[in-house]
Design a protein around this ligand. Structure first.
Ligand code: MG
Length: 377
């Protein structure tokens, strides 16, 4: 006992003695390396994603999604990022470019100062969450490449636990929904259905006429009344639905709490939830939250949200916008830790510029590439 405690004390003493030396030499090598390796360089360009099908949700419809693609280069390595800008969220290619012009990474000596860099980026202006995510994702890709590890491994997540992804059947006439379901249902293990209109039951019946696969429901705030929403949820459960997203308006938190308390299915916040600071306000009003990188400023905050949600007993899903495989693969790095994944945004476009996380037999398959796991096509 005495001997063990002596060894412990001597080891501690040796370590303590070593700290100033390590600190001093570490400081020197830091300035040497920043001098030799140079600064981070951020570049960006607008790009339009072509959608395979016109995409309709409860209150809008479109055929392209504008994005801005970013790159951060450091020491000859390039990290890729992306801001996806569906029009109803308010950011545009012009607003993202304006924001990115203000980002001065020269003030930082290395991409490993991620916490400081991203706190600085967040303070440049309010909102602009997709623009911020485009920096965050590129920085994560860069850092992962510099240490030669994918982020799911750096976070300690087992890629074998990556879940199925839902595949979205957009709002359309029951006949078109039936055709889309016949075509897509065989490739996925769970389908996501956008509801929130007068013909919701017809849509579900059209889907049920061709498949019995489980359904994730997204009402996109479209159910006007809490009692109607709860009736729909009970009916949908009988139809094989397994979860519901955003049944009523994001402004009606009391109604959401009323529904969640009585709902036979888990109820997730999407439009009601943006960032880490929203989470505690939603506790009790929803079973869980839908984390999207474009809403929450990127991977760093997404990871914090996931851990806070777990700590307070809430469920987590990870979702997306229409995005290239860049942002989708970034989001998928967290997917082994979530309850539900809705990462099909890259599957809906015809001009993806990246290859990354794939969907095989309906399940997300993470690769071993470092960073966010993507290659440029
Ligand atoms: Mg949603």
């Amino acid at each position: 006992m005495k001997r063990r405690s002596f060894i412990k004390t001597s080891t501690l003493a040796a370590l303590t003695a070593a700290v100033p030396m390590a600190g001093a030499s570490g400081g020197k090598s830091k300035s040497r390396s920043s001098a030799s390796k140079g600064k981070m360089k951020l570049t960006y360009r607008p790009y339009d994603l072509q959608l395979k099908h016109t995409f309709t949700i409860a209150n809008s419809s479109r055929t392209i999604t504008p994005v801005v693609l970013t790159e951060i280069e450091y020491d000859g390595i390039v990290g890729y990022g992306e801001a996806s800008l569906p029009p109803y969220l308010g950011e545009t290619q012009a607003s993202v470019v304006e924001f990115l012009k203000k980002v001065q990474l020269d003030a930082f000596s290395s991409p490993f100062e991620m916490e400081d860099i991203l706190a600085y980026v967040d303070k440049i202006a309010e909102n602009n969450t997709a623009a911020k995510a485009s920096v965050d994702i590129a920085l994560h890709d860069l850092v992962g490449k510099l240490v030669n590890q994918p982020w799911h491994r750096l976070w300690g997540l087992d890629p074998a636990k990556a879940p199925d992804t839902t595949f979205t059947i957009g709002i359309d006439t029951p006949e078109i929904v039936k055709q889309k379901t016949e075509q897509d249902a065989p490739l996925y293990n769970i389908l996501k259905v956008k509801l929130g209109r007068a013909n919701d039951r017809e849509i579900i019946e059209a889907i049920r006429s061709v498949t019995s696969k489980p359904l994730a429901i997204d009402a996109n705030q479209g159910w006007g009344d809490k009692r109607y929403a709860l009736d729909m949820i009970y009916w949908l459960k009988e139809q094989g639905a397994v979860m519901v997203e955003q049944p009523v308006s994001k402004h009606r938190l009391d109604d959401s709490a009323w529904i969640t308390e009585r709902s036979p299915l888990p109820v997730f916040a999407d439009e009601s939830f943006q960032r880490l600071t929203d989470l505690m306000r939603l506790r009790g009003a929803f079973t869980g939250v839908n984390i999207k990188l474009m809403k929450c400023t990127g991977m760093r905050e997404a990871w914090k949200i996931l851990n806070l949600a777990r700590a307070v007993g809430m469920k987590v899903m990870i979702g997306c916008m229409t995005e290239t495989s860049c942002a989708i693969s970034a989001a998928s790095q967290l997917s082994p830790a979530v309850d539900w994944a809705d990462l099909d945004g890259n599957l809906l476009i015809s001009n993806d510029l990246y290859r990354g996380t794939e969907v095989v037999d309906g399940r997300l398959v993470l690769n071993n590439l470092s960073g966010i796991g993507v290659l440029r096509n």
